[in-house]
Design a protein. Structure first.
Length: 209
């Protein structure tokens, strides 16, 4: 065997016995998963916010309405009672001027309603019970003035609201009371009336539509 043959056999033997190297591993980049854009949800409204919106809508609707007030027989009698009280006091010699003002009953009523309604008309009982455009208010007042020190002045209000079809929307009641002081130079009846109308005004703001 010549030298060339031996060299070729040696090379072939080396190639057969040599360890095969693993093929290089290539990392295939993963395509990014497309992300979906999340739609922003509208902010959650609290019950307080929803209530405030409802109140604003109610206030706006009633502000454009008119209300016709029908005074009950009790209201008329209460006003007569107060007028009689004032006239009786004026007949007493040297008596101080009374702090009772009978007209204050309807004056305060008009003031309170005017803050809520576009137009207010006050009628006596029997002038009609419905308003073609707006609301009708059946208003009842029972008022009493104390005659001597320690007696109670009392005012009780009741207001029933009806729509144009005569359907009752809501009824509001309110009251106020004071004591005649000693000495009885003043009755403090106006304070009782103011307390009743103050409560009435607060409840009127929550009138159902």
């Amino acid at each position: 065997m010549n030298t060339t043959t031996r060299l070729l056999l040696s090379i072939a033997f080396l190639l057969i016995t040599a360890h095969r190297l693993p093929a290089p591993i290539q990392e295939i980049p993963e395509s990014p998963t497309p992300t979906r854009e999340k739609k922003s949800k509208p902010p959650f409204e609290t019950k307080q916010a929803q209530s405030a919106k409802t109140s604003l809508k109610r206030a706006a609707s009633t502000a454009n309405q008119e209300v016709r007030v029908i005074l009950s027989e009790n209201t008329r009698m209460s006003i007569v009672h107060l007028k009689t009280y004032v006239e009786t006091g004026e007949k007493i010699p040297f008596a101080p001027k009374s702090d009772v003002n009978p007209e204050e009953i309807t004056e305060r009523l008009r003031q309170v309603l005017s803050t809520r309604f576009r137009n207010v008309s006050i009628l006596s009982e029997g002038s009609g019970s419905r308003s073609a455009n707006g609301l009708t208010l059946l208003f009842d007042v029972q008022a009493r003035v104390g005659m001597t020190s320690g007696e109670t002045n009392s005012v009780v209000l009741s207001a029933t609201f009806k729509d144009g079809t005569g359907h009752v929307i809501d009824t509001i009641t309110a009251s106020g009371s004071t004591k005649v002081p000693y000495p009885a130079w003043r009755t403090h009846f106006p304070e009782a009336l103011a307390a009743a109308y103050g409560e009435f005004s607060q409840k009127l703001s929550r009138l159902r539509e």
